[in-house]
Write a protein that binds this ligand. Structure first.
Ligand code: DGJ
Length: 739
């Protein structure tokens, strides 16, 4: 069980997690919290030794011409030049912060413990609560801050408010891994060595973005090791504009601070009001990037992903299983995701009852469990130039309404899902004609369209209310089990003329806050309805949206070979259960690359399997093969979606091979998926060394019946298929009992 303890004698707080610890000291006259430790397990004695060494504050301040003492939450003020966690402006124009310890409180919730440390400004009515939550079964530490105006008058302007600030231990060199990309090429891993100065990762786009992910992993030294070595990783749970600053100070310290992006975003804090900042979660692993990923995945499964039956708060989970020799208890992980069919690539905007029924019949016969009608079903939506905002069923396409299609889909024993893009409007729509002021805009400036659409200002209460009511009506009038919630452009001209003089810039944050509130309200009004977050592919994937949805659309690029690296990047931060992956047509509509059906399936089976091709054009042989592969996926699905993931081979450094192993939590089953790209020049490895197996156990191949020793699989490895380009492999092994 996680423990949060305070030691009076040493004035140290210690947060002990499954296999790591975090600690700080309350020091000086103001008893402010200074960071001491984030790493392996440690006790208070260890903390006080670090504290007594005083290495951090004194040596740094001798070298640097400014203060670099490692505040847990860095206030801007005094001789402070590094990235602040908090910068405010008081009504009389004072801009620096001077504060002191005010309160401390430990709250025990179900399976989680939260420490709340209150700091108060010594002259102004601002209290900041630093919150730290640890879970009994995880190494993830959730950190966030709450800003409270405790006065009765005057507005405090928040110029920059980050959620938390993480200090790394002293090391000679740091290597940073982060995720970048673009539309159709999301979650590419990048590595760089951090030198002096700042590395800023951010989104100013109003949403998480395809371009950068609010996630990082750091390791000391210059090489990443998949299964060994210390890794410090953190991720921000926010789906709007964000900023993450990694700074190596003149004194040689590295700290990472993140939160809402301060760009164009002063926020007014009124008397008696509070601002709760999003979680900036962090974890330490001594098992390399692989260990860090597995810790993220488990945390997401256990504590983040919303799921049927979860009523809020932390669900109960027993200890994280870290060794296969320990029998795993049955844990209530989120429900397995259904195999889905999505109509987008098959029909684009040309949807009709007849066409969708035909696809539904073919999908059902293949074993699909959830049928999703994508874009094009609502009035005026014949292409991307019109219709967004007018969320009523198009009577030309569905003369009998949606219900006959839904009934047919249900009769075929599938759930029914529908695509929506509620935050957007086409200028050519009744909604826009009635409410042109509902979109973000500046006076006397153009309204830049992207994909012929504008962004509704969801920060407005009337717009948020309209979005909620529109979706609530849809879900109440039809038997819908699933929404694909899309968002196909980023913000521009983020103005709100009606609120000029009344902090219109708050819309950067309030848009996302209202999005979360709408999702929460819909979830409680329609608890059986699952939601997929999509934003022109993977433009809104982060811990914040994952806490309110069940899955995300990874990328509009469904080319299986491109997907190998997109999905690998995704796996560094996010769990396979949440990663929707479709099998689509060949040649791929985006890239033109032709790939075997089996290969396309093997790639999509690495996450939550979906089918997105035009099944009316698949041959009988292809439909039969697909049916067999869907059946196979259902067998391996619990291992893929709930298991522990090991990246066995990576395309990251140019190797034309990706391979992932999934090990069930009790160690009794494992699945290996491997995919070759184009093989050239050198003799690439022909075996994959498996991870996490019991060396003395034996494992049987479910398909061939062949048996292997655990030590052999771990040392010599599993043989890869012969053959040239774009061959793939799926191996399912089970632990042989009683040997
Ligand atoms: C972008 C999404 O990523 C696609 O899957 C599809 O839903 C289209 N939008 C529909 O307009």
């Amino acid at each position: 069980m996680a423990e949060v303890t305070y030691n009076e004698a040493t004035s140290t707080w210690l947060l002990q997690m499954s296999s790591s610890a975090y600690g700080f000291v309350l020091s000086g006259e103001a008893r402010l919290p200074y960071h001491l430790h984030w790493g392996p397990l440690l006790d208070h004695e260890g903390l006080s030794t670090i504290s007594a060494a005083g290495e951090v504050a004194s040596s740094v301040e001798r070298i640097a011409w400014g203060k670099e003492d490692p505040h847990e939450y860095v206030p801007w003020g005094g001789q402070r030049y590094d990235e602040p966690s908090l910068k405010v402006e008081y009504p009389d124009g004072t801009r620096g912060i001077e504060w002191r310890f005010a309160t401390q409180l430990v709250v025990r919730e179900d399976q989680a413990t939260t420490l709340v440390l209150g700091l108060a400004d010594s002259a102004y009515p601002l209290r900041v609560d630093l919150c730290y939550r640890v879970f009994d079964d995880s190494d993830v530490l959730e950190r966030w801050a709450r800003l409270v105006h405790i006065g009765e008058s005057g507005t405090i302007v928040i110029r920059q408010a980050h959620s938390a600030n993480w200090w790394m231990p002293r090391r000679d060199a740091w290597n940073l891994s982060y995720l970048h990309g673009g539309w159709g090429s999301e979650t590419q891993i990048a590595e760089t060595t951090l030198g002096p100065g700042k590395m800023v990762l951010e989104s100013r786009r109003g949403t998480t973005s395809h371009e950068l992910q609010p996630w990082f992993a750091l390791n000391a030294g210059d090489a990443i090791d998949e299964e060994h070595g210390e890794v410090w990783s953190a991720a921000l749970a926010w789906s709007g504009s964000w900023k993450l600053v990694l700074e190596t100070t003149p004194g040689g310290h590295l700290h990472a601070s993140a939160g809402w992006n301060d760009f164009d975003s002063p926020i007014e804090l009124l008397p008696g009001k509070e601002i709760v900042l999003p979680v900036f979660a962090g974890l330490y692993s001594s098992e390399g990037l692989g260990g860090a990923s597995r810790a993220w995945h488990y945390y997401e499964l256990a504590h983040v992903l919303s799921r049927p039956g979860r009523s809020g708060g932390s669900p109960s989970f027993p200890s994280l299983i870290t060794s296969t020799s320990v029998p795993a208890p049955v844990v209530p992980l989120p429900s397995l995701r259904p195999v889905l069919y999505n109509s987008w690539e098959a029909t684009t905007f040309s949807v009709s009852e007849e066409g969708q029924v035909r696809l539904a019949e073919l999908a059902a016969n293949m074993g699909v469990e959830l049928f999703v009608v994508d874009d094009g079903w609502f009035v005026g939506r014949n292409d991307d130039r019109a219709g967004l905002g007018d969320w009523t069923v198009d009577p030309k396409k569905f003369p009998r309404g949606l219900d006959p299609l839904i009934e047919r889909v249900k009769a075929l024993d599938m759930g029914f899902g529908l695509w929506v893009e509620p935050e957007m409007v086409n200028p050519d729509s009744d909604l826009y004609r009635a409410h042109p002021d509902w979109v973000f805009h500046f006076a006397n400036r153009g309204r830049t369209e992207k994909r012929n659409q504008l962004v509704l200002n969801l920060a407005r209460d009337d717009v948020a209310d309209w979005v909620y009511k529109t979706l609530d009506r849809l879900l109440s009038e039809h038997q819908i089990d699933f929404l694909k919630w899309d968002m196909n452009r980023h913000f521009s001209e983020p103005g709100w003329p009606a609120e000029v003089g009344n902090n219109p810039e708050r819309s950067w944050v309030d848009h996302t806050r209202h999005l979360y509130q709408i999702l929460d309200r819909l979830r409680s009004a329609h608890p059986g309805v699952d939601v997929e977050s999509c934003s022109g592919g993977g433009g809104r994937v982060d811990l914040g949206i994952l806490s309110r949805t069940q899955q995300v659309w990874t990328s509009d690029n469904t080319d299986a070979w491109d997907r190998v690296s997109i999905q690998e990047g995704f796996s560094y931060a996010y769990a396979p259960l949440a990663m929707m992956a479709w099998v689509t047509d060949s040649p791929n509509p985006l890239t033109g690359r032709a790939l075997p059906l089996r290969y396309r399936f093997h790639v999509a089976m690495a996450g939550s399997l979906g089918i997105g091709g035009d099944l009316t054009k698949w041959s009988r042989a292809e439909l039969t093969e697909a049916k067999e592969l869907v059946a196979k996926y259902k067998v391996i699905r619990p291992v893929v979606q709930h298991g522990r993931l090991y990246r066995l081979a990576s395309t990251r450094r140019g190797l034309p091979l990706g391979a992932i192993e999934y090990l069930s939590r009790d160690g009794s089953e494992l699945v290996v998926l491997a995919w070759w790209g184009i093989r050239r020049y050198r003799p690439w490895p022909t075996r994959l060394r498996l991870q996490g197996l019991e060396t003395t156990a034996r494992y049987r191949d479910v398909e061939t019946g062949e048996e292997y020793g655990g030590a052999v699989l771990g040392q010599l490895g599993l043989r890869l298929p012969e053959g040239l380009d774009f061959t793939s492999m799926l191996v399912h092994l089970v632990h042989v009992e009683g040997r």
